[in-house]
Ligand binder design. Structure first.
Ligand code: FDA
Length: 396
């Protein structure tokens, strides 16, 4: 590294949040060093959104986030909105489109977002130290001394943007949590979120061979409802509705079953009453809504293969209840390797919602996924990375 190892600001973690923070601070005229231990830059951005990066959501509000303090993210979101990031995307000439539900994706490649962030950092004359591991951090009178594989770095402000624990094989570490604890900040226990759910053997015996089939459902979990696709996998459940519900399932200590409405938008009782005299069976009646093999398996499991007209009234009522509220009890999650985000993290109680600075350690900031702010599926997590990165970059 050229020049003295002395900067105004160090950012540890060159992911979405870290690059945004470094660029913002650098463009304010602060001297900034950005340190990351992984060999590739912005790897999680590259693999996001199926390679096209769902970089924000037009409708993002604080209600799309889970946190011990759901109001914490409001201030940062008010000062860096989805429109602000879209303006950057347009400035860099990146073509994009809305896929569904306000979710914005690159037309071409997620690599364009990495390139955007890299250029913004270069415009702020950010010094890159990567790949370069961080060994320790010590408080000094002037700020912090950061021990790295390339020697000590002295800074006035340290922004920690090292993310959560998801996908360890591309560089995730518990660095942020350990550092928070070193400086006396609380950490909400991390858990995998937006994660596929595992089902037990008896369930997999019936449904496991339907792996790859999906259907439109509404899942209720932890008081939230998600109407999107449920995907059956060889280990259990996935698809957007399940991933969304998984975050709430992980929040609840009780681990209650998921409540799945198999006929969303339809009153199952009224539907069956209309077809009460039908010579058709249930699988045939729902053929336009469920994949045929799922309908067969579900109706067999629930003893509903006879024509509706031949079913006793008690059975019809039981089916109506089940169609509106099929209870699925996951046995666990598929863990950090398959999760998109980490729930929990540095407790927001210890941070300023305006700047992300630790209340008790002036000059120390935590941003992005490392913090106990976790978005729904659909571009919300990147919006949090941009907004929290911007807030810290403005203040450090
Ligand atoms: P991020 O994890 O991106 O960056 C942390 C950086 O810190 C990494 O570069 C890492 O190498 C570095 N680091 C870690 N420990 C270190 C240490 N000890 N020393 C030095 N460096 C260290 N979100 C969304 O909004 N839209 C989407 O389309 C998707 N898609 C998606 C797909 C998949 C497969 C995953 C796994 C995740 C998503 N996400 C998403 C979530 C999104 O990627 C995530 O929320 C952000 O990348 C978080 O940004 P951060 O900068 O906080 O952490």
């Amino acid at each position: 590294m050229a020049g003295p190892a002395r900067f105004d600001v160090a950012v540890v973690g060159a992911g979405a949040a870290g690059m945004m923070a470094a660029a913002t601070a650098g463009q304010r005229g602060r001297s900034v060093v950005l340190i990351d231990h992984y060999k590739e830059l912005g790897e999680k951005i590259r693999i996001s959104g199926g390679g096209r990066c769902n970089f924000t959501n037009l409708h993002a509000t604080h209600r799309d986030f889970l946190s011990r303090n759901p109001d914490f993210c409001r201030s940062a979101f008010a000062r860096f909105t989805p429109r602000d990031f879209i303006a950057l995307v347009e400035k860099h000439g990146i073509a994009y489109h809305e896929k569904t539900l306000g979710q914005l994706f690159c037309d071409d490649s997620a690599k364009q977002v990495i390139e955007l962030l890299k250029k913004e950092c270069d415009d702020g004359s950010v010094t890159w130290m990567r790949p370069c591991g961080v060994t320790d951090v010590v408080k000094t009178d002037e700020g912090f001394e950061i021990g790295t594989e390339e020697g000590a770095v002295h800074v006035a402000s340290l922004i920690v943007a090292s993310g959560g624990l998801t996908v360890p094989k591309i560089g995730a570490t518990p660095f942020a949590y350990k550092l928070a604890e070193q400086f006396g900040l609380a950490v909400v226990p991390p858990k995998p979120a937006l994660v596929p759910l595992a089902m037990d053997e008896p369930w997999l015996k019936i449904y496991g061979e339907l792996s790859g089939l999906s259907l439109d459902v509404e899942i209720t979990c932890g008081g939230r409802k998600f109407r999107e696709a449920l995907l059956i996998t060889h280990r259990g459940l996935s698809g957007p509705a399940v991933l969304q519900a998984s975050s709430y399932w992980q929040m609840e200590e009780s681990r209650d079953p998921l409540h799945v409405n198999l006929l969303p938008g339809t009153d199952a009782r009224a539907f069956l009453a209309t077809h009460r005299q039908s010579p058709l069976n249930l699988a045939t009646l729902v053929a336009h809504r469920w994949p045929a093999r799922f309908a067969q398996a579900w109706c067999t499991e629930h003893d509903a293969t006879l024509p509706i007209t031949q079913l006793p009234e008690r059975k019809v009522q039981e089916l109506a209840t089940l169609l509106g509220d099929w209870k699925l009890q996951p046995s666990g999650t598929l863990g950090y390797n398959k999760a998109e985000v980490t729930l929990g993290g540095v407790d927001t109680k210890g941070l300023s919602s305006k700047t992300m600075e630790a209340r008790t350690v002036p000059g120390l900031f935590f941003i992005g996924e490392a913090v106990d702010v976790t978005g729904h599926l659909g571009g919300f997590n990147f919006q949090w990375a941009w907004a929290s990165g911007h807030a810290a970059g403005e203040a450090a």
